[in-house]
Write a protein that binds this ligand. Structure first.
Ligand code: EPZ
Length: 421
């Protein structure tokens, strides 16, 4: 076991390179299984535990992997020999459910253990199932696994009851080899939905409209390998933007798509930070005066739920009152108890956190209760006086590549240490 130890108080300065998007990569890797010919050469893959987990699942299905470097992977799925993904790795992570869509579209059959992931609320997959059934699959849940089987998949119109990133991507993948045309309505528009659609199109799929409310998929006969580069991570970028503001620093965040960061830039600007957009970078600078703000999480292009927890660390040291309303997940305020151990003044009422900014946080031993909660603790530790010890950092490693090195390069005093079990 490991923990992060931070000696807070250093202003962050300099520049940081953002890696490929976790939530795009964790869908693209499973989707590569749909290619029956050729190899997929994918780069800008983040070097994170969720990706390592997917690599093990791909191997268990019979894919051949050639790891070119830490961020580039060649996947040959021509000899996939099982439709059964039921391993400890599958149970451990959320995105393993994308194997259902990928195996279903190619083999018309799959058995995939129900997924795990961050404990941030009830995480149903009813909309995924609704989509698979509408395409013609029989879906059953037996012994903790989802079983899907179809004589054939036929395109149809599907209107999702809720806007779901996972259901949009999974059903889009399932429909690429279906007969005829599938129309998905009320879909998620997140940048990673568009990225997965672009990847599938590079493999030969015919998908239009990703990034709008309606996605139209014309079924094709087969998919083949391709070369693809994953988009930059909107959430990793947002985390560094918030950390820059929280430490009253001056940081240029490089290799980003500024358009994807607009909702975060807008809130930081409203709070009083200076945000400068470049072509593929954003610079966040302390302006001398911050004030409390209200933030409500919404599907893209709204303020991302995945940035809400880091934002609460920042707002806990911003003068005045801030209110954060979490509208996507019902239990995404668990990190608040940890922030309170550091002196934050926050009340949680249901999905709302009322934050009264304090002059300082003080170092404490705190837990990363989930992935983004872990990022929130790192930001709190960077700001706090004295030493902060963050435990349970395996959550952080699932989604942030080499987080301590990146913060250290910006001037933070942060180290990773082994702890006795
Ligand atoms: C994805 O989760 C992300 N994970 C999450 O990021 C992110 O918080 C979330 O989208 C929202 O942006 C991955 O991409 C791997 P949803 P997902 O389906 O797809 C309800 C992180 O920190 N819903 O968009 O599981 C659901 O309960 C992670 O990187 C249904 O009701 O989220 C929620 O309220 C955490 N039925 C809402 O929709 C369904 O079938 C949005 O969930 C599916 C979802």
């Amino acid at each position: 076991m490991e923990k992060l130890v931070i000696n807070g108080g250093n202003k962050l300065n300099g520049s940081v390179e953002i890696n490929g998007a976790k939530n795009a990569a964790v869908a693209i890797l499973p989707a590569a299984v749909a290619a029956s010919k050729g190899k997929c050469l994918i780069d800008n893959i983040p070097d994170i535990e969720d990706v390592h987990c997917l690599e093990r699942i791909l191997l268990s299905l019979g894919c051949k992997l050639n790891k070119i470097d830490n961020n580039t992977l060649e996947i040959d799925s021509t000899e996939v020999h099982t439709y059964d993904a039921c391993t400890e790795d599958v149970r451990r992570m959320r995105a393993s459910y994308y194997f259902i869509g990928a195996l279903l579209t190619r083999f018309k059959e799959a058995r995939v253990e129900l997924p795990g992931g961050c404990p941030i609320g009830v995480r149903p997959i009813d909309q995924h199932i609704k989509g698979f059934e509408a395409l013609g699959a029989d879906v059953t849940i037996e012994h903790g696994a989802v079983k899907v089987k179809a004589e054939k998949l036929v395109g149809t119109n599907i209107f999702f009851d809720v806007v779901s990133v996972g259901a949009t991507i999974n059903v889009m993948i399932a429909a690429i080899l279906a007969e005829g045309i599938t129309t998905l309505e009320n879909v998620a528009k997140e940048p990673h939905v568009v990225d997965v659609a672009n990847f599938l199109n590079s493999m030969g799929a015919d998908i239009k409209g990703a990034g709008t409310d309606v996605i139209r998929i014309k079924g094709v006969e087969e998919l083949k390998g391709c070369n693809y580069s994953v988009i930059p991570d909107q959430i990793e970028a947002g985390t560094f933007m918030i950390a820059a503001a929280a430490t009253k620093g001056d940081v240029t965040i490089k290799n980003v798509i500024p358009k994807h960061l607009e909702s975060i830039s807008a809130k930081l600007t409203e709070m009083g930070a200076e945000v400068e957009e470049g072509d593929d970078s954003v610079r966040v600078k302390y302006s001398g005066k911050f004030k409390g703000i209200n933030v409500k999480t919404m599907p893209y292009p709204g303020f991302p739920t995945d940035i809400q927890q880091p934002m609460s660390s920042l707002l806990s040291v911003v003068p005045g009152r801030s209110i954060i309303t979490e509208s996507i997940w019902e239990s995404r305020h668990k990190h608040i108890d940890e922030l309170k151990k550091m002196g934050a003044d926050i009340k949680v009422e249901g999905r709302v956190a009322i934050i009264d900014g304090v002059n300082k946080l003080t170092g404490a031993t705190v837990k990363a209760t989930d992935l983004r909660a872990g990022a929130a603790m790192v930001i709190a530790g960077l700001v706090a006086q004295g030493e902060t010890h963050i435990t349970d950092i395996e959550h952080i490693d699932r989604g942030y590549p080499h987080i301590e090195n990146k913060f250290r390069d910006l001037g933070a005093n942060i180290i990773r240490v082994e702890v006795d079990e």
